[in-house]
Design a protein around this ligand. Sequence first.
Ligand SMILES: [Zn+2]
Length: 589
Amino acid sequence: MNPSDLTWNTALLYPAPDSPALEADLGSFEGLAAAFRERYFEKVASLDDAALLSAVREYEAMQVAMAKPFSYAHLLFAADSGDETNRALSQRCSELGSRLSQQLLFFDLELMQLEDERFEALCRLPEAANYVHFLQGVRRFRPYTLKENEERLLTRKNLTGVNAFTKLFDELSASFSYRMEMEGEEQEFTGEELLGLLHHPSADVRFRAMTTFLEKHGEHGIVYNAVFNNMALDHGQEMELRGYETPIQPTNIGNEIPDEAVEHLMQVTETNFGLAQEYFRLKARMLGMERIRNCDVYAPLYETERKYPFDEARAMVVDSYAGYDPDFGRIVGAFFDERRVDVMPRPGKSGGAFAMGISPHDPPFLLLNYTGNLRDLATIAHEAGHGLHFVLARKQTMLNYHAPLPLAETASVFGEMLLTRRLLDRETDPAVRRSLLCAKIEDIIATTFRQTVLTRFELRLHTERKEGLLSNDRVAAIWQEENARLFGDAVEMIPAYRWGWSYISHFIHARFYCYSYTFAELLVLALYQKHLEEGESFKPGYRRLLESGGALSPADTARLAGIDITEGGFWQKGYDFLRGLIEELKGIA
Ligand SMILES: [Zn+2]
């Protein structure tokens, strides 16, 4: 099949956006939510155990029912955001979603307020086993939760408060088009295309691409300044209202990782910055440069980059999963066979790549933007890993379906490792082998060291904003100081990099998410080493880890595969593995 014909078969969910089935589902939710509220509002504490459990099941059934049309709307919008029907459906679903969550908010709050003994009795019921982790998750926020009317007020005011700043950030950033001279004439570029040029063989093109991209953000420095300052101020005020002690605390509680463990993870990472600097110096030598600039970090080693036709790429990814476990290969292959993947870039289609898990009762879907280079090949393996994780986690109930954030990248990054190893093992050309190793090392540096730099910056931004408004000079200074710790004297930062913070959407969309990448990458490196050491006997445990979805805490989930993340020295093992890759590269460089 022609890859441009590989688009989503959304009929697996609904026949069409105007189908009666979709309308019936969407039209039913407000009634369902109102009836649920009517039955249980201010009554949760008075229910007996059986009635309470059945209320949880009803709540879950509503979540399953809502996930399907909302995800369908999201898929249509991602495939073609220019289409008026898709836009209207997407907007309708987000407004409906906001109303429903205001209606249903009380249920979490009342579960939180249950007496401890009552709650523990509920958790001990054998029939409650599949809900315990969800219930405990809700309860963890009890000390920081306000009264229902206050929570509803915050939700409503956020629409015109912090959410409006988020939307402004998104719309402004998406509105940019860039002009840059290329091959003798001025051309127009999207932001993604300019960032793609960081992989261009010409040092001058890389420098101008990064500078053009960042300076455009700098031209709108007033807006970015307002967005970042207000976002941090809003979070600071909410932390105060709720009684949190540090800006990162709510994220850590949600992730079930103690504050000290996050700090420890970052400190171990920082003591290994020298490893990154060693690689950057090696890269400078391979590129024939005295010292690289930060726009050269992803520079290719050769003029011509190898291209992979899509069919070849697809077969390689499926084979690398099948080589590990034939069942994994079948699950990954089914995404293509059943057209649950949208492959090629198109105008109006969402950029980047993602995997969407809807519920344990609906099939997951993948989005790609395949252009044929090695990174795109790795992206297929990455998103297929997410897809595999969603399929295996179907054993869980909806409320325990989604893996906790620090584990959400496990299967995806593990899948990339399988692909890299397969490519390395079959490649005899030392030049291609060098490129493959560099790509893997750069990837690990980006997901571990760089994410820790981002997290440190974010912490300082929130902490310093409490003292007063931050000027863009001050934000740039914090940004450059934190990056300088990683780069040392091995990498020179280009002047426009003072705006490097302004386009990182995680700061706006997913506060303190970045360290989850560090966590996931190091965990996967440990899993992968264990796989190399133990072979077949490793596999059942890894499968159990993926099947458990969100049923356990990150530490307990990792334990299913025989990994103890709390053991002293655990995180260092990942960096030792990275050192091994750098040594392997030196051997053929
Ligand atoms: Zn991912």
